[in-house]
Design a binder for this molecule. Sequence first.
Ligand code: ADP
Length: 241
Amino acid sequence: MVEMKDVKVVYQSSDTVALDGVSMSIAEGEFVFLVGPSGSGKTTVMKLITGEIRADAGQIVVNDFNMRTIRRRKLPKMRRTIGAIFQDYRLIENMNVYDNVAFAMRVVGAPNREIRKRVPYVLELVGLEGREKRMPNELSGGEQQRVAIARALALKPEILCFDEPTSALDPELTKEVLDVIRDLAGSGITMVVVTHELSFAKDVSSKAVFMDGGLIIEQGDSKDFFRSPKEERTREFLKMN
Ligand code: ADP
């Protein structure tokens, strides 16, 4: 669950107001697409949710943690409720697929019994059964990204965050990864996805949030959003992309 109210973020180093009063709520089980031009603030929203940065003003609550007041030492506990998948998936190069996922569970203290049960389960969810023994450099980019998704799923996060999960992949591998995301969308897990793949977003039943210039311009059911956007800026964006 995410609740943001009038959230502002200023990057001092570039003197940029990245978010200029953003309010949104993401309910449990909701599937949300964040779309908008480059520089509109989408990644900043993701970084707020994962606790990588802090808001300068406003209120933000993520999975019952108040992100404005949370203590640094509480952050690891909070982060365990979030699975984050970025374009650079950072697998451990000298561990095979199975161990990459198992290691993530071991780090958070999962018992061996549970690891043995859950790793095969999540690898199957992302379509990687039979690939357990492969090393990361023996996998396609799409498969590597699916290992990253499996690793996140293994920890049973309350929210999965995807920040442009396919932007480093060619069209065919992009489809592989989007298919996995589409399957997960039906599983009831809360997901927030930043993507430029508008036709994918259009296709999957979800909520769409359109950002521009650090503001939310429009948000709503993705079907309505793509079929009949209300705001002129949304229409322009959809026409151009
Ligand atoms: P998007 O994900 O929509 O492309 P971002 O949230 O990455 O947008 O960026 C929003 C604005 O903040 C942009 O103008 C960007 O240049 C600026 N920005 C993002 N990250 C940083 C940073 N670490 N330091 C300084 N400025 C940043």
